[in-house]
Write a protein that binds this ligand. Sequence first.
Ligand code: NAI
Ligand SMILES: NCC(=O)COP(=O)(O)O
Length: 339
Amino acid sequence: MAHAATTTLPIIAITSGEPAGIGPDIILKALIEQAFPARLVVLADPDLLLDRANTLGLKVSFEHVQSARDAGKHQQGVIQVSPIRQAKKTVAGVLDLANSPYVLETLKQAGEGSLRGEFDAIVTPPVHKGILCDTGVHFSGHTEFFQAQCQSPHVVMMLATEAMKVALVTTHLPLKDVSVAITEESISLVVRALNKDLQIKFGIAQPKILVCGLNPHAGEDGHLGREEIDTIIPTLNKLRLEGIDLIGPLPADTLFTPKYLDEADCALAMYHDQGLPVLKYSGFGNAVNITLGLPIIRTSVDHGTAIDLAGTGKANSGSLKVAIQHAINMANNAKKFSK
Ligand SMILES: NC(=O)C1=CN([C@@H]2O[C@H](COP(=O)(O)OP(=O)(O)OC[C@H]3O[C@@H](n4cnc5c(N)ncnc54)[C@H](O)[C@@H]3O)[C@@H](O)[C@H]2O)C=CC1
Ligand SMILES: NCC(=O)COP(=O)(O)O
C-alpha cells in the first residue's frame, strides 16, 4: 500500500514494448539508473523482466502491484509490476508471433487504466509494428491505437528534444497516400490541436509554428507541385484569422536551419520522413515522442525495437528516461490545471 506522503505523486504506467526487443532492457536500465519522482507501474510479464535482468547481469528486485493505487514512490532498482502474462517465453532478439496478443494487451490495459483515471500517464517503449500486423490486426502505431481506444477525432505525433519540436500532419502513411491526405481539414485539425497543446501542456502563450511545404521548394510557385497553392496556403491563411501564429509554407530543406528554428517553437512537417530524420539527427537517444490531442497523456521513446541489441547490454535508455520525465511533468501540469 502506498505511503500517505507519496499519494500526490503521479502514477505512470510503463508498457513492456516488444518483448524480443530492447523494451525490457531499457526499462530495467532506466529504473535502476535514475530515481523518478513518481509511482511507476510496469505492465509486463515479471518472468520476462527477470530473465532479461539475468541475461544483462542487472541487480533488481520486483514487487507485484494488484492495483495502481498500491504503488509506492519509485526507488532505484525496485520495479513495481502489474503482471500480464506472455503466451510463450521470449528469447531476446527473436520475434515470436505468439506474443503479439500480449503486447496488445499491455497497451489495452494501459489505455483503459488511464481512461478510468487509475494512471496519470502512459509511457510506451517500442513495439514491432510488423509482427503485430502479422497476427491479422491492423496496427500502424501506438498513436493510432490510442486514438482509436480513446475515440479521439484527431491526434498529433510530436517529437521533441531540448532544442527542437517537430510535429506531423500525417503519421504512418505510405508515401503514395500522403498527397491526398493533405487537406484543409487534416491541416486545420492538426494545427489547432498542436497550437492548443503547446499552450496547455508546454506553457507557450502564443506558439510560433513553422510549416513545411509538401513539395521540393514548397512547390516552386506551382512548377513542382500544386498542393501548396491549392490547399496549404489558403488553409494557413484561414488559421491565421483564428489568431494562430504560422510561418510558411517554407521549403522543408531550408526550414530546418537555425535562422528559422531559432525564432519558432515547433516545426510542422507534412509527413513522417520529412520531419523525423532531422529531429533524430539532432537528438537521437534523447528525444521524446508525445501524442497530442488525446484525453490521456502518452509519451514514448524516439527509437524502435532494436532487435539486434536486445539482451546485449548495448541499448541506450536515454530516450526512455526523457519520456518518463516528460510524462511526469505533463501529469503534474495537468493536475495543476484541473485544480
Ligand atoms: N514507438 C515505437 O513503438 C516505435 C517502433 N518502431 C518499430 O521498431 C522496429 C524497428 O525499427 P527500425 O527502423 O529498425 O529502428 P530502430 O530504432 O529499432 O533501429 C535503428 C538503429 O538504431 C539502433 N538503436 C535503436 N534504439 C537504440 C537504443 N536505445 N540504443 C542504442 N541503439 C539503438 C538500432 O540498433 C539500429 O541500428 C519497426 O518495427 C518499427 O515499427 C520504430 C519507431 C518507434
Ligand atoms: N517514428 C516514430 C514512430 O513511428 C512512433 O510511432 P508510435 O508507435 O508512437 O505511433
